[in-house]
Design a protein around this ligand. Structure first.
Ligand SMILES: *[C@@H]1O[C@H](CO)[C@@H](O)[C@H](O)[C@H]1NC(C)=O
Ligand SMILES: *[C@@H]1O[C@H](CO)[C@@H](O)[C@H](O)[C@H]1NC(C)=O
Ligand SMILES: *[C@@H]1O[C@H](CO)[C@@H](O)[C@H](O)[C@H]1NC(C)=O
Ligand SMILES: *[C@@H]1O[C@H](CO)[C@@H](O)[C@H](O)[C@H]1NC(C)=O
Ligand SMILES: *[C@@H]1O[C@H](CO)[C@@H](O)[C@H](O)[C@H]1NC(C)=O
Ligand SMILES: *[C@@H]1O[C@H](CO)[C@@H](O)[C@H](O)[C@H]1NC(C)=O
Ligand SMILES: *[C@@H]1O[C@H](CO)[C@@H](O)[C@H](O)[C@H]1NC(C)=O
Ligand SMILES: *[C@@H]1O[C@H](CO)[C@@H](O)[C@H](O)[C@H]1NC(C)=O
Ligand SMILES: *[C@@H]1O[C@H](CO)[C@@H](O)[C@H](O)[C@H]1NC(C)=O
Length: 436
């Protein structure tokens, strides 16, 4: 699919997706009879099967499933009964932090080890010489997939997708799916590779893959815009948690003895305070004696990368996934893999609530080109830094020119696929007339 073919959809603009609360009093509508039953509410049915019968053993877990909810402070999540209840079955990571605001850069970070200066939710693409966790996994033949609720088909490229409103049949179609929460699609290394695109899967594919015993080893799950709490409330998200995740916890095809499930949120709702989010390590791989306990080690979204690297002795991306301060490995995994976490005293913790300050190739106020990763870095997995084709190894961070304010030159960064308004605010193309 070419980028140009998608731009017409980007002609309909919205000021912002950040309309949280607009429909807050909604009651939860289950999209199906259960998480393993395919439904017409998801636009298209699964029509292909993965072939993941081979299991690569990890040191602590053989499967990791991340489920990301949206825009909620730690305190709000922990005081919501369904989330609070679940902590009894897992290890609560009380000092887990998002890395910036708003949503999209957080998702991008968890895949590529950096947010590259990104400070908004507009449509971008990251060139194919930039590596992601997928490169590290495939190098060791570890299967992977992302499941995106209400994405209409495998590897859908558009910025959002409006489907019939299954919660209210007399309401207009609804943008349940958004690309800003599907970070693998932002990376050309994934989105321009047909074999990898098959692993960008729908929720009907999830049912298919579980029932047919082909659920991969690395799994990233994004509920839709109502179920993740983004357009609704934490109580709505809690109902989804009970509908979708809770039954799967007792299903061996999903949660076996060596499955780690990370339930977390992309970012804290209150930007003026530290970006601490609820994060719960669940699943058979979390030892029983840890259930109902807490761990106050400093973690971030980069920790999900370093933990995976440590578990399967992978290489690294040579970016923030190898920055020891921000990439502690989940301690119960670090203990078994011999990785030494760093202790960061509370008063020395970096501020993760900053936005719009990091120069980078996706920041038009402070633009710098994409730099090579730190080739000398050694991450938690001990392996070398992964190099993708087309990477200029000598274009290191130190060699970059000073940041340029492209915005004041009335230019967009080369990787931006949607324009900005004259006021300087990014406009988010949105095929949804509701979102203005
Ligand atoms: C679609 O969702 C609605 C709302 O929960 C539900 O009533 C309906 O049964 C669902 N359709 C299918 C095919 O499951
Ligand atoms: C957001 O994170 C901060 C810092 O960890 C935490 O103190 C606060 O409780 C969170 N926000 C709310 C309102 O819960
Ligand atoms: C199944 O295949 C059809 C035809 O190629 C496509 O339109 C549809 O979106 C596919 N479904 C999924 C889940 O990809
Ligand atoms: C369903 O949508 C219609 C049309 O937007 C609206 O008037 C009605 O209040 C909605 N019903 C509920 C229960 O939200
Ligand atoms: C299992 O796979 C078969 C063949 O691909 C498919 O027809 C079936 O619908 C799948 N089961 C579920 C529950 O999706
Ligand atoms: C980030 O949070 C700290 C307190 O944790 C606060 O002092 C600071 O002003 C916040 N920064 C922004 C940009 O809101
Ligand atoms: C590592 O992370 C800290 C905290 O965000 C930051 O101050 C530091 O610059 C980072 N180091 C590198 C080499 O990126
Ligand atoms: C990566 O590729 C892009 C696009 O070709 C190029 O602009 C950039 O300089 C490259 N960066 C490195 C470090 O190779
Ligand atoms: C690679 O980067 C170096 C350092 O910036 C530069 O001098 C060189 O021309 C680049 N090579 C290519 C092929 O772009």
């Amino acid at each position: 699919m070419s980028f140009a073919s998608l731009l017409p959809a980007a002609v309909l603009f919205a000021l912002s997706f950040r309309l949280a609360g607009a429909i807050s009093a909604q009651t939860f509508a289950p999209p199906s009879k259960g998480p393993l039953v395919q439904t017409a509410n998801y636009t298209s049915f699964s029509n292909n099967t993965l072939h993941n019968k081979h299991v690569v053993k990890g040191k602590v877990f053989d499967r990791i499933i991340q489920v990301w909810f949206e825009n909620t402070d730690f305190a709000t999540a922990i005081s919501t009964p369904a989330f609070e209840q679940l902590t009894k079955q897992g290890l609560l990571l009380t000092n887990y932090n998002a890395v910036t605001h708003p949503s999209q850069p957080n998702y991008v970070s968890a895949i590529g080890g950096d947010f590259f200066g990104l400070q908004d939710d507009a449509m971008f693409h990251i060139p194919s010489n930039i590596s992601t966790v997928v490169d590290l996994l495939e190098e060791k033949h570890i299967s992977w997939a992302t499941y995106q609720e209400n994405m209409p088909e495998n590897g859908y490229y558009g910025i959002s997708y409006k489907a019939a409103n299954y919660g209210n049949s007399s309401a207009k179609p609804y943008s349940y799916y958004v690309r800003k929460h599907n970070p693998l699609m932002v990376y050309d290394a994934v989105s321009q590779d047909p074999a990898r695109l098959r692993n960008i899967r729908t929720f009907n594919d999830f049912a298919n893959d579980v029932v047919n015993g082909t659920l991969p080893q690395w799994v990233f799950v994004t509920p839709n815009m109502v179920n993740d709490g983004h357009d609704t409330t934490i109580d709505y998200a809690a109902s989804f948690l009970e509908y979708w995740l809770v039954p799967l916890l007792t299903d061996k095809r999903v949660n076996g003895d060596r499955t780690l499930i990370l339930v977390t949120f992309d970012e804290n709702e209150t930007w003026e305070i530290q970006n601490n989010v609820f994060a719960l390590a669940l699943g058979g791989a979390v030892a029983k004696h840890l259930h109902g306990t807490t761990d106050d080690t400093l973690y971030t979204h980069y920790s999900s990368l370093s933990t995976v690297q440590a578990n399967w002795c992978l290489g690294s991306l040579g970016r923030q996934d190898t920055n020891a301060t921000v990439s502690n490995v989940f301690s119960f995994v670090a203990q078994k893999t011999g990785y030494k976490n760093v202790h960061v005293p509370a008063n020395q913790a970096p501020q993760f609530n900053l936005s719009d300050v990091a120069p980078g190739p996706l920041n038009s106020d402070a633009y710098i080109p994409f730099a090579a990763p730190n080739l000398k870095a050694r991450g938690a997995g001990g392996g070398p830094v992964f190099l993708r084709p087309g990477l200029n190894k000598t274009l290191t961070v130190e060699k970059l020119p000073p940041p340029v304010d492209l915005y004041s030159l009335k230019k967009a960064v080369p990787w931006q696929m949607s324009p900005r308004t004259t006021s300087g605010k990014n406009i988010i193309p949105c095929a949804d007339s509701d979102c203005k």
